[in-house]
Design a protein around this ligand. Structure first.
Ligand code: TYM
Length: 333
């Protein structure tokens, strides 16, 4: 909560790849709804991105792109603090302090750490291990009440809460204990090539993933090729992971319930259904793409947004950081 009693929302997206409809449906498209009632911080978390090796020029480009996508997805920079994590040094400072209040054992249990260290076995660096404490710092710096994310981030929100409670227990009330907000629909969009796996921006198979910026032809083709099952009936149920995922995506874009979708496609085959999913997805994303192209042509504007966002974030972060430094016993000049 802010000093004038406004509740705070924080979320972040890594500029580590082209953003997918998983990022869109699970997170970004839900952000704008908070802008009126909450003080909102939406951060491009470039410091998290370097826990996996990045090509520097691509990281720089994607940082601009992620910011442009935030705006193209409806986040007004005048109503939300949009900024880049590395522009606000308080994130790194608080992360270090929180590292000293986070246990080796609890970090070892993080499933994302286990998955990523298996995937990048040649680069199991300390940053990958302490990733959750940087994420806790992101959230706790702003006295965040709510954190809208996809379900894959739930464990990271839990550890942020544990760290906050532990710190508060030692030093008295310091941090607001944040709550994750995980939307019922779209919280876990699955890969189109393997619907038992999460759709991920780092997937090497481009047909497994629909990117927010894909053109209509690519979107239609990818959905047409999506892996389903040998049944022909559009019905939500066990053993139908591919169809369940497509129905979820269709439901997110149309707001129709599973029963309504089953009725709509009663007696029609998977082919018809896949085309319909592609159409609603492409139609919803077309305006986002157009706005994105417009914004990317105006770097000066994006830099202005970054600058103002970083100033506002740094100002508010400083309040928490000073309090924390005082509590742990650092001297001040
Ligand atoms: P990242 O960049 O992997 O993903 C950004 C957001 O998209 C959600 N998401 C999905 N939702 C549904 N289905 C999917 N297939 C899917 N893939 C991704 C993620 O849950 C996330 O909400 N650690 C975070 C970034 C972060 C952060 C934070 C988030 C850093 N600091 C503080 C919240 C608060 C991450 O890697 O997200």
């Amino acid at each position: 909560m802010t000093s004038d009693n406004q509740q705070v929302v924080f979320s972040g997206v890594q500029p580590s790849g082209n953003l997918t409809i998983g990022n869109y449906l699970g997170a970004i498209r839900n952000f704008a709804a908070f802008s009126e009632a909450y003080k909102c911080y939406y951060c491009v978390v470039d410091m998290h991105a370097i826990t996996v090796r990045q090509v520097p020029a691509e990281l720089r480009r994607r940082t601009y792109e992620t910011l442009a996508l935030y705006i193209a997805c409806g986040l007004d920079p005048n109503k939300n603090t949009l900024y880049v994590q590395s522009h606000v040094p308080a994130h790194a400072e608080l992360a270090w302090i929180l590292n000293c209040y986070t246990m080796f054992g609890e970090l070892s249990r993080m499933t994302q750490f286990k998955d990523k260290s298996a995937k990048h076995a040649d680069n199991v660096n300390a940053g990958l291990f302490t990733y959750p404490t940087l994420m806790a710092a992101d959230i706790l710096l702003y006295q965040t009440d709510r954190v809208p994310v996809g379900v894959d981030q739930q464990q990271h929100i839990e550890i942020a809460r544990d760290i906050a409670v532990r710190f508060n227990g030692v030093y008295g009330d310091t941090f607001t204990v944040p709550e994750g907000i995980i939307s019922e629909h779209g919280k876990k969009i699955m890969s189109l090539a393997d619907p038992t796996k999460k759709m991920s921006k780092s997937d090497e198979n481009v047909n497994a993933v629909v990117y927010i910026l894909d053109n209509k032809d690519d979107i239609l083709r990818k959905f047409r090729r999506a892996v389903t099952d040998s049944d022909t009936v559009v019905r939500f149920g066990e053993g139908k992971d591919g169809i369940n995922n497509l129905m979820t995506i269709y439901s997110c874009f149309t707001d129709k319930s599973m029963e309504e979708i089953e009725r709509e496609f009663d007696g029609r085959g998977y082919g018809d259904f896949k085309s319909a999913v592609g159409e609603v997805c492409a139609d919803a994303l077309a305006p986002v793409r157009a706005e994105f192209d417009r914004l990317m042509a105006d770097k000066a504007y994006l830099e202005d947004v970054m600058q103002k966002g970083a100033q506002d974030a740094a100002y508010n972060a400083r309040k928490t950081l000073s309090k924390v430094k005082r509590k742990v016993g650092f001297t001040t000049l």
